[in-house]
Ligand binder design. Structure first.
Ligand code: SAM
Length: 272
């Protein structure tokens, strides 16, 4: 028997906010078990909706900052959780929210971020959160399965691309489990999956300039079928690519994060 059953309501789901609400207590239990909330935690939840994940977490943690954009969900959340000491609601856009402001409330405690994310904004949201990665212990997100596949893909895999390189540069990425459409109301058209992201406090490979790294990765993947020699024309020539111990005839999809960092560092060195 599921411990965490979501409550039913008459809320009209809004497509523009990606509102597919979890309806299966067993899946909610599984997500909470993966997160392993602890009494000292400073949790941040993006998109609580009708509190399917909020409810089981808020009873455990010390502080929970909840970010919701939909006006219609604000009053019900306030009424439901007003008496909970951990509860702090921010009626705002998670894409532009300054997560740094939360650090002053529990200064010794880094943030733990969770969310069944609105799928239409999941990539920009994760990139925004990476700006605060030194203050984040971990992130557990429900995303489209295809996006989790891309985030976690290894070089050479057909789903390995720019998102894989950028996320794996900043975090240890782990595919946890798949969640079918029937576990949401309304059901989305695709499978979903839970990913665990652990931001590196000491990155294994360090780009001298992260903007140059991001731009070079984008350029290297700009035309999927072309070789690095072609995609990086005007950026690095074949001799320079070889100097980084990379084959200029290879495609970007074959390169490790370490190789991208080497290429970006040489490019930055030559242009600064
Ligand atoms: N956590 C709930 C659940 O699992 O049932 C709801 C998840 S639903 C997929 C996404 C939630 O994010 C909705 O509540 C939606 O209103 C909210 N949302 C959408 N865009 C947002 C944004 N830019 N900032 C904050 N919340 C947003």
């Amino acid at each position: 028997m599921a411990q965490n059953k979501p409550k039913k309501s008459g809320h009209k789901h809004k497509k523009q906010f990606g509102q597919n609400f979890l309806n299966n207590g067993r899946i909610i239990d599984q997500i909470v078990a993966s997160i392993r909330p602890k009494a000292d935690d400073h949790m941040v939840e993006i998109g609580p909706g009708e509190a399917a994940l909020t409810e089981p977490l808020i009873n455990v943690v010390k502080r929970m900052d909840i970010i919701e954009i939909d006006n219609d969900l604000i009053a019900p959340l306030k009424i439901r959780f007003a008496s909970k000491p951990a509860f702090n609601l921010h009626h705002t856009d998670a894409l532009t929210f300054d997560y740094g402001q939360l650090l002053e409330f529990l200064p010794q405690q880094p943030l733990r971020v969770v969310g069944n994310l609105p799928y239409n904004i999941s990539s920009p949201l994760m990139f925004h959160l990476l700006n605060y990665s030194e203050h984040i212990t971990d992130m557990h997100f429900m995303l489209q399965k295809e996006v989790v596949d891309r985030i976690c893909a290894a070089p050479g895999n057909k789903t390995y691309g720019r998102l894989s390189v950028m996320m794996q540069y900043a975090c240890q990425c782990e595919y946890l489990f798949t969640v079918g459409p029937e576990n949401f109301t309304p059901p989305p058209k695709v499978d979903s999956a839970i990913v665990r992201l652990l931001p590196y406090q000491q990155k294994p490979f360090i780009a001298d300039n992260e903007q140059a790294f991001a731009e070079l990765v984008k350029q290297a993947f700009s035309q999927k079928r072309k070789t690095l020699r072609n995609n990086l024309k005007g950026w690095l020539d074949s001799e320079q690519i070889v100097r980084c111990e990379v084959d200029p005839g290879a495609r970007a999809e074959a390169l490790s994060v370490e190789q991208f960092v080497k290429l970006a560092n040489l490019y930055y060195q030559l242009n600064s």
